[in-house]
Write a protein that binds this ligand. Structure first.
Ligand code: KIV
Length: 256
C-alpha cells in the first residue's frame, strides 16, 4: 500500500474535526491531479455515464464500464481512498452484491458505494461481512430515475424526513463509515450529521454535512451543456478547451 494512503479510519476520524472535500474521478490524469490537490476521497461514480459516456442517466452504466474506469483511476496510485459505485441492477441480491463489489475491489477500489437504505440492508451486510468497506447513499437516488421520473429533493415533509432517518438507522446498524446525502433538505441533512456517527458527505444538501462531494466535471465546467443548480463552477474548462482548439485550428488554416 502507498505510504500515507487514506484509510477508512482516517475518513472516520475526520468527523467533527475536519471537513471532507471529495470529488469524482474517472480516469488516470484526473485522479493524479485531484490527488496532488489533496482530495482524500475519489469516487468513480456512475455519473460517468452522463459526463463521460454520454448516456441520458446512470441506469445505462454497466459493471464492465465502472471496472474499466476504476482500473484507470487505480493506475494513478493515489493516496486518496478510491470508492467505486455499484451500478444499476448490480446489487439486487446479497450474492451478486458481494460478487460485484469484489470485482470493483479487484479492479483497484478501496471501498464501494450503493444507493439505498433499509431495502438494501441484506446486501450491505453481505458486502461488509466480505470485508469490503461500504459507503451509503441516501436522499435523491439517481438510479431510481426511471421509477421517479424526476430528480427531486428529499425530506421536505415529515414522512420524507422519517423515511430518511429510518434508512440512516439501517446504515448505522450495518456500521457503514460514510454516507452520501444527495439533495436532502439542509435541516434533515444537519439532523442526520448530528445524530449518526458515520461521516455525512453532502451534495446539494446544504453546508451542515461533515463533508461535500461534487461531480468534478460540474465543478470545473467540463460538461458545459448542463450544470446542477446547486453547483457554482470555479472554472470553465469546456470553454477553455473550445477556445484553445479554435486558436490552433485558425493557426493551421492561416499557415496552410
Ligand atoms: O455518481 C456519482 O458521481 C455520485 C455522486 C453524485 C455522489 O454518486
Amino acid at each position: 500500500m502507498r505510504e500515507g494512503k487514506i484509510t477508512v479510519e482516517a475518513i472516520k476520524g475526520m468527523k467533527g474535526r475536519r471537513r471532507l472535500a471529495s470529488l469524482t474521478a474517472y480516469d488516470y490524469p484526473m485522479a493524479r491531479l485531484l490527488d496532488e490537490a489533496g482530495i482524500p476521497l475519489l469516487l468513480v461514480g456512475d455519473s460517468l455515464g452522463m459526463v463521460v459516456l454520454g448516456y441520458p442517466d446512470t441506469t445505462h452504466v454497466t459493471m464492465a464500464e465502472i471496472e474499466h474506469h476504476v482500473r484507470a483511476v487505480a493506475r494513478a496510485n493515489p493516496k486518496a481512498m478510491i470508492a467505486a459505485d455499484l451500478p444499476f441492477h448490480s446489487y439486487v441480491t446479497p450474492q451478486c452484491a458481494v460478487a460485484n463489489a469484489q470485482r470493483l475491489m479487484d479492479a483497484g477500489a478501496d471501498a464501494v458505494k450503493a444507493e439505498g437504505g433499509r431495502e438494501i440492508l441484506p446486501q450491505i451486510m453481505a458486502i461488509k461481512e466480505a470485508g469490503i468497506p461500504f459507503i451509503g447513499h441516501l436522499g435523491m437516488l439517481p438510479q431510481h430515475i426511471l421509477e421517479e421520473g424526476k430528480y427531486r429533493i428529499k425530506g421536505k415533509d415529515e414522512e420524507g424526513r422519517a423515511k430518511l432517518i429510518d434508512d440512516a438507522i439501517a446504515l448505522h446498524e450495518a456500521d457503514v463509515f460514510a454516507v452520501v446525502l444527495e439533495l436532502v433538505t439542509p435541516p434533515v441533512a444537519k439532523e442526520m450529521t448530528e445524530k449518526f456517527p458515520f461521516v455525512t458527505i453532502g451534495i446539494g444538501s446544504g453546508t451542515d454535512c461533515d463533508g461535500q462531494i461534487l461531480v468534478t466535471h460540474d465543478l470545473i465546467g467540463m460538461f458545459p451543456w448542463f450544470t446542477p443548480r446547486f453547483v457554482k463552477p470555479t472554472r470553465q474548462c469546456g470553454v477553455e478547451i473550445r477556445s484553445a482548439v479554435e486558436t490552433w485550428k485558425a493557426e493551421v488554416e492561416r499557415v496552410g
